[in-house]
Design a protein around this ligand. Structure first.
Ligand SMILES: CC(C)(COP(=O)(O)OP(=O)(O)OC[C@H]1O[C@@H](n2cnc3c(N)ncnc32)[C@H](O)[C@@H]1OP(=O)(O)O)[C@@H](O)C(=O)NCCC(=O)NCCS
Length: 165
């Protein structure tokens, strides 16, 4: 495996990429389950990210194959903090340390490229994989918003994690 993070471009939007979001496992703890994700919609989303100075959207590529995304948003904040969110859309790649690696890479960029002071992320309690990914990268639990999220007709606490850089 040879992993690379690269700013996502419109040309990277493929049917296979759009299909990630229709996968119930992938969308299990994501607001994507409420949205109709389309090819044109994703193209427009990627274009907006490319044009924005506030958000950078990276694709995760394994030897050229697009397998996931990670975004960092809030880059213009006076507070020098940004939010990250990530997905490994190709589920055959799960459980091999890729999520952990991708977050480690964005931490490195947050420090050295974006010169931020803090990263943060929120997730549904129950998203065990995502929780592990953050904790393995040193994120600390900063707060719990009780029954803040509803996925698949079930309410979950939202866990807010932060990392001081
Ligand atoms: C969450 C996600 C990014 C994890 O990616 P991944 O590449 O499988 O993560 P890693 O392989 O680095 O796993 C990190 C740890 O979590 C564990 N883990 C991963 N998925 C798990 C799951 N579904 N259940 C239990 N443990 C899990 C791994 O075993 C590993 O633990 P270890 O180091 O103690 O062995 C991936 O499952 C995903 O994209 N999910 C859908 C989107 C999503 O939920 N994004 C986060 C929104 S907040």
């Amino acid at each position: 495996m040879r992993l690379l993070l690269k700013l996502l471009e419109e040309k990277n939007v493929t049917d296979q990429y759009v299909a990630w979001f229709a996968n119930k496992e992938v969308a299990r703890f994501s607001d994507n389950q409420y949205e109709k994700i389309t090819f044109d919609g994703q193209k427009a989303y990627v274009r907006r990210c490319c044009e924005s100075n506030d958000v950078d959207l990276y694709g995760v590529f394994d030897e050229g194959k697009h397998i996931g995304n990670i975004s960092i948003s809030g880059l213009l904040s006076f507070h020098k903090r940004a939010k990250i969110s990530y997905v490994i859309g190709e589920t055959s790649y799960w459980g091999q340390g890729i999520g952990t690696f991708v977050v480690a890479e964005i931490i490195d960029k947050a420090k050295n490229q974006y010169k931020l002071n803090k990263l943060y992320a929120g997730l549904a309690d129950g998203n065990v994989g995502s929780k592990r990914v953050l904790e393995k990268n040193g994120f600390k639990l900063e707060g719990v918003r009780r029954r803040h999220l509803q996925y698949n007709n079930k309410f979950y606490d939202q866990l807010d994690y932060g990392l001081i850089l």
